[in-house]
Design a protein around this ligand. Sequence first.
Ligand code: SF4
Length: 373
Amino acid sequence: NEEFKVTPWEVSGKVDYARLIEVFGTEPIDDKLLERWKRITGSVPMALQRKIFFSHRDLNWILDLYEKGEKFVLYTGRGPSGNTHLGHLMPWMFTKYLQDTFDVPLYFQMTDDEKYLSRDELSIKDTLGFSYENALDVVALGFDPKKTFIFSDLEYNKTLYRIAIEVAKRLTFSTAKAVFGFDNSTNVGMIFITSMQSAPAFLPSVERGKNVPVLIPHAIDQDPHFRVTRDIAPKLGYYKPASVHCTFLPSLAGSDKMSASKPETTIYTTDDPKTARKKVLSAFTGGRVSVEEQRKLGGVPSVCAIFQYYYYLFEEDREKLNAREQKCVRGEIMCGECKQELAGRVVSFLERHQEKREKAKEIIDEFIVSDYS
Ligand code: SF4
């Protein structure tokens, strides 16, 4: 598509999520599924209500098994190429909700090998360092240490490699090229790396010696990897992993996704309060050129980055969110006030998160699994 691009390594432009569902061949999360969700779990979380998680593969199958008493395992991960930002936390928070709601284990993969191979500027030491730093953010979210296993590909390679080569043997170069768009300048490591990303989807089955259903919550850009995983699963005698996909948290510039390559419009979990506040106060809004005009014409929340942050993360109460939208449209609230309020919420979130992140350093060993310790 000319207007936007979504691959595991690049997301740019204004993403049309309905179009992505068609192109990737996934299923939309519709009202029927939400009703079922409510019937099984008692409520529908904000991320599903607001279609922040908007698409899936085989989620009904996971729920069918769950209703029959067969529990699934969660698998998600992170490509550790830098510090964690709020956009990364979004799917992890949903994963935490899934762990709590269904009382299931989580396998969390740090694809530090893939980041080393795909980023010229990163050394192995860098990506290992980011694996640790990013893992602190995962632990800070409050996952259950008895049910959560965090591993880095570089440190858990003996375990993962055996499964990865089974996948690699069944994946041709032409398929990898068609799915990922590799060309002659691609290093050979990258051609293999999707096999490592498949491995945790089968690891619970290998460990338990029987087929275990796996649900992968992830941002939609990773779907190509799991399409490959799903293609190969039956050839190895495993279940195809199910998945549930989220949209991207927009950047503070309002247009594209929050991205580590644009630090001034991205809020990191490690930002100090002053820096975070400044970023929020400089965000793109849907405000008018003057206060008079805004009072007269109202703002445009649909294009406003500040409104998006309330929508995605910082206003859980639907009525309050609607009230803000209405006030904005009617010119009853000005952007300065709206930004200040969001900045306050972002800062208090970061302060609490950073405290938990410090404490995570003391307990992180309970979460990490490695072949070398
Ligand atoms: Fe955005 Fe708030 Fe300004 Fe409306 S009032 S355009 S929601 S910042």
